[in-house]
Design a protein around this ligand. Sequence first.
Ligand code: G6P
Length: 371
Amino acid sequence: AAAEKGGYPWFMLKEIAEQPQAIADTLLGRLGRYGELVLDEVRLSDDDLRVVDKVFVVACGTAYHAGLIAKYAIEHWTRLPVEVEVASEFRYRDPVLDRSTLVVVISQSGETMDTLMALRHAKEQSARVLAICNANGSTIPRESDAVLYTHAGPEVAVASTKGFLTQLVACYLVGLFLAQVRGIKYEDEISSIVADLRTLPEKVATVLEQMEPVRELGRSLADADRMLFLGRHVSFPVALEGALKLKELAYIHAEGFAAGELKHGPIAVIEEGTPVIVVVPPRARELLHGKVVSNIQEVRARGARTIVIAEEGDEDVVAYADHVIRVPRTPTLLAPVVTTVPLQVLACEIADTRGLDVDQPRNLAKSVTVE
Ligand code: G6P
């Protein structure tokens, strides 16, 4: 069994370590020589894609968080309205769909029943369905009009890690491809984002090299009874994902919030010593950055133990942070690919310290094939 895990004590640790390669595999063959997107495998004609006037992203669990991040990128790059919804709610709501709606379903396993039922509902309403999926030949891609495989390799641990990062990368590819086909963005803008995408495997590798202090921090947090995660913009879904990982693996109650909502409620639960993890936007986003730095200050003033994820060279956070976790500088929309990694490692280490089964948490299944 140790050999299967490639020398790691848990599949999850092995899968976390595989993320740079997994991202490279998601990008492989899809970026052209001139920085254009090459997605011939997506069997939707350019005409089909040109008539799209609205995008839905539908998924469950961690894949849903990938969808929330995709919304920021796809709307920004294509100027198409994007809605994101958990699959179990989507079809019971009678969503407005027609043949000019593109429904992107995201599923690592390709077998999640809620997502499958949502996709069938979308097809009945004659929407076009594009699947982002990891498991080759699974049910969801077979029933979709088109599929973009993430090629992350088998994911065994119940909590998704490389599945999630590669879903993000696939979402970026879809957003840029839509922008390219629809002629919304200039070629040089697309090629500059493509150049940024190519640097992601190396950036994630850099984050992974610096995880020892995060593991140590994890051990010191093992008897926390709750934690808050805060972020804004694309870091808000990252906060949700960090909280989900902690709940799934460590059974610690955790919630993710949009940092701007702090004053509208969550700040009331902060007590002396409550761990609060804050995902800080790049300094280049001056306004957002400044606001999040004041949020750190606010929770610290109320006794929180502040754990801050910030880019290299961001000195503004130092005064209010009990712990700083550094990530390489990354353009805002792509930053979730790097900022999520320490949250995965943290949840894994906390669960391990608590003596829990990291790969098979209680009550959870890798793939939920019932509604
Ligand atoms: C289950 C797993 C989650 C996963 C979700 C969606 O609940 O425990 O880790 O995010 O299903 O899975 P999918 O295979 O559709 O991405």
